[in-house]
Ligand binder design. Structure first.
Ligand SMILES: Cc1cc2nc3c(=O)[nH]c(=O)nc-3n(C[C@H](O)[C@H](O)[C@H](O)COP(=O)(O)OP(=O)(O)OC[C@H]3O[C@@H](n4cnc5c(N)ncnc54)[C@H](O)[C@@H]3O)c2cc1C
Length: 502
C-alpha cells in the first residue's frame, strides 16, 4: 500500500537570521500548510576562502536566539550540516514539499551557482520556490533607471510584524548533524566581538539613536572614537539579525532624528550606500575574483609573500597599519577610513594584487558582506577606473586621526613606552631614544618594510598611467552605463570620507 506523504512548506533561512520583518516566514505562516524552517551550514561555503570561524560563531549564536524566540510556538530553526540540495532531497523522502520560501541572496558565485542548482531541483520536483526581495536590491536590472525611487518605496513599505502559528508536525531525526568539534568551537564566542542576535541589533540601534550618534560625523574617521560614535550595526545587517528597512525606519522615526538631522542624515545616507554597493555585486558577482574594470587585468603587480604576511600579521613597521590589523584580529571591526587605508597600503604602497588581500580581510571582518566588501576593496585598490584613486599615507592618517597615538598604543603594546613625538614613525628614534623607552626598532618592533614616499610615487605613476589605456576607458563607459545612478556624484566632504555614489 502506498502511504501518502504529508505536504509541507519549507523556509530556508540564509543571511536573514531574525524573526521580524521577515517575508519568507510571513508567507509560510500565512499559507496554512505545515512548514519547517531550516538553516544549512554548508561545507562548500564553510571551506571557501572568505569564511572564518567568527562568522560561523556569529551565525550559530544568531540562530540560538531565533530559536529562543520561536520556542513559545513550538517552532525552531532546524540546523543541517550539509548542502541545501541534500537537505531538500532528504526532506523529499519524508514529505511532499509544495513551497520553498527564502530571501534572494546577492552573494558570491559559489552561492549563485548553489541557488541555480536548488532552482533546477525545485523545478524537477514541482516545488514552487519563492525568493523574496532582500533589502532594496533588484534582480535582473541592466541599469539604475528608477532605482532610487524603488529603494525608497521599499524602505517606506510597512514593516512585517511576524507571528507564528503553533508547529503541529515533527521533523524526523536527520543524519546531517553538526560535528561535535565544530559545535564546541561555535558555542564559545569571544567577548571582544559584538554579540550576535536580533535583541543585540536593537540594543545597538537604541544606544546609537539615544546617545552614541551625536558625534557620528565628527568622529567617523577616528580609529578610537568611532568605535563608540559609529552605528556598529554592520554585523547585524550582514547576517540579517535586522533588516535594512528596520534600521532605516528606526532611525528615521526616532524622536532624536528631528533634533539634529546632520548625523541622522549621514547615517541614513550610508545605509543607502550599502544597498547601492550590493546592487553592483548583484549584477556582477565576479567582482570577487576579477577587476571591476577588466582593463586593469593587464596591470601586473608584485607578489611578495613576506610583505603580504607582514601586512596580515600587523608587522609592517607602520604603527597605524599594524594597530588596525591587530585590532581587526581581536575585535573584527575598524571604521571605514581605516579599512580603506589598509587596502590602499596593501595595493599601492606594497604594490600587491588586490586578490591577495581580499579574503584575509573578509575573514577578519565580523560584518563580512560580499556585496560591500569586493566593490569597496576594488574601489580602494584603484581597479574600477571610474573612481578617484585615493592613496592613504599611513603616517599622515596617524597624525590626523590618532595624534596622541592612543589607538596605536592600545593595539601595538610594544610601542606603549614610545613618546608621542615618535609614535607615528618610531624608526626615526635615535639609538639613545630607543634605549630610553626600551624599544629596539628591528628587534622589538619592525623597521618599515618599504620606503613610503618612493613606493607611493611608483604606484601613482603605474595606476594613473594605466588609466589612460583605451581598454580601461572603454570599460569605464560600460561601468558607468550599468552602475551609475542618474545625477550620481563624486564629491569630497570636508574632513570626512570620499563620497562616491558611483
Ligand atoms: C575595503 C572595505 C571593505 C569593506 N567591507 C565591508 C563589509 O564586508 N561589510 C560591511 O558591512 N561594510 C564593509 N565596508 C564598509 C564600511 O567600512 C562598514 O560598513 C562600516 O565601517 C560598518 O560600521 P558601522 O555599522 O558602524 O557603519 P555606520 O557608519 O554606522 O553606517 C551604517 C551602515 O551603513 C553601511 N555603510 C557604511 N559605510 C558604508 C560604505 N562605505 N559602503 C557601503 N555601505 C556602508 C553599513 O551597512 C553600515 O552598517 C568596507 C569598507 C571598505 C573600505
Amino acid at each position: 500500500m502506498l502511504i501518502e506523504k504529508q505536504t509541507i512548506n519549507v523556509v530556508w533561512m540564509k543571511r536573514d537570521m531574525r524573526t521580524q520583518d521577515h517575508e519568507p516566514l510571513m508567507l509560510a505562516d500565512k499559507a496554512g500548510t505545515p512548514y519547517f524552517i531550516v538553516f544549512c551550514f554548508e561545507p562548500s561555503i564553510i571551506s571557501h576562502s572568505d569564511t572564518s570561524n567568527r562568522h560561523l560563531q556569529f551565525q550559530y549564536h544568531s540562530l540560538l536566539q531565533v530559536n529562543g524566540k520561536l520556542e513559545i510556538s513550538g517552532r525552531c530553526v532546524y540546523l543541517f550540516y550539509c548542502e541545501m540540495i541534500e537537505t531538500l532531497k532528504w526532506l523529499d523522502t519524508h514529505f511532499e514539499i509544495a513551497n520553498l520560501y527564502s530571501y534572494r541572496e546577492s552573494g558570491i558565485r559559489l552561492t549563485w551557482e548553489r541557488d541555480k542548482e536548488v532552482k533546477s531541483w525545485c523545478n524537477k520536483h514541482s516545488v514552487q520556490w519563492t525568493e523574496c526581495k532582500r533589502d532594496g536590491i533588484q534582480r535582473g536590472i541592466g541599469n539604475r533607471d528608477g532605482w532610487d525611487k524603488q529603494w525608497y518605496s521599499f524602505m517606506h513599505a510597512p514593516i512585517i510584524r511576524n507571528t507564528f502559528s503553533p508547529q503541529l508536525i515533527m521533523m524526523p531525526e536527520h543524519p546531517f548533524v553538526i560535528p561535535q568539534n565544530l559545535l564546541n568551537e561555535w558555542k564559545s564566542f569571544p567577548r571582544e566581538f559584538q554579540p550576535a542576535g536580533e535583541d543585540m541589533a536593537f540594543r545597538y540601534l537604541q544606544s546609537f539613536a539615544e546617545s552614541r550618534g551625536v558625534n557620528y560625523n565628527k568622529h567617523i574617521s577616528k580609529p578610537t572614537e568611532s568605535r563608540v560614535s559609529c552605528g556598529r550595526i554592520s554585523p547585524y545587517l550582514a547576517w540579517g539579525n535586522v533588516s535594512v528597512r528596520q534600521v532605516y525606519r528606526y532611525l528615521l522615526e526616532h524622536p532624536n532624528a528631528g533634533k539634529d538631522k546632520r548625523w541622522v542624515d549621514g547615517f541614513l545616507t550610508r545605509v543607502k550606500w550599502r544597498d547601492h554597493f550590493i546592487q553592483k555585486f548583484e549584477v556582477e558577482c565576479d567582482y570577487e575574483t576579477r577587476c571591476v574594470n577588466a582593463g586593469y587585468e593587464s596591470l601586473v603587480k608584485d607578489h611578495n609573500s613576506a610583505h603580504v604576511k607582514a601586512w596580515e600579521m600587523g608587522l609592517t613597521g607602520f604603527p597605524l597599519i599594524d594597530a588596525c590589523m591587530r585590532c581587526l584580529h581581536e575585535t573584527g571591526w575598524i571604521n571605514f577610513r581605516m579599512r580603506a587605508m589598509l587596502v590602499s597600503f596593501f595595493c599601492h604602497h606594497l604594490y600587491q594584487d588586490w586578490r591577495s588581500g581580499t579574503y584575509h580581510l573578509a575573514r577578519l571582518f565580523l560584518d563580512y558582506e560580499p556585496g560591500i566588501h569586493y566593490p569597496q576593496f576594488q574601489m580602494q585598490a584603484g581597479t574600477t577606473g571610474v573612481n578617484t584613486v585615493r592613496m592613504y599615507n599611513p603616517v599622515k592618517q596617524s597624525l590626523d586621526h590618532d595624534p596622541e597615538g592612543v589607538f596605536i598604543k592600545a593595539w601595538v603594546p610594544e610601542l606603549r613606552a614610545v613618546a608621542v613625538e615618535h609614535i607615528h614613525e618610531p624608526h626615526y628614534m635615535t639609538v639613545g631614544e630607543q634605549d630610553l623607552c626600551g624599544v629596539r626598532i628591528g628587534t622589538d618592533y619592525p623597521a618599515p618594510i618599504i620606503a613610503l614616499d618612493s613606493a607611493a610615487r611608483h604606484a601613482r605613476e603605474a595606476i594613473w598611467g594605466h588609466r589612460k589605456k583605451d581598454e580601461v576607458k572603454a570599460e569605464g563607459k560600460r561601468i558607468v552605463a550599468t552602475h551609475a545612478r542618474k545625477r550620481s556624484v563624486v564629491r569630497k566632504k570636508k574632513g570626512g570620507e570620499q563620497l562616491s555614489l558611483l
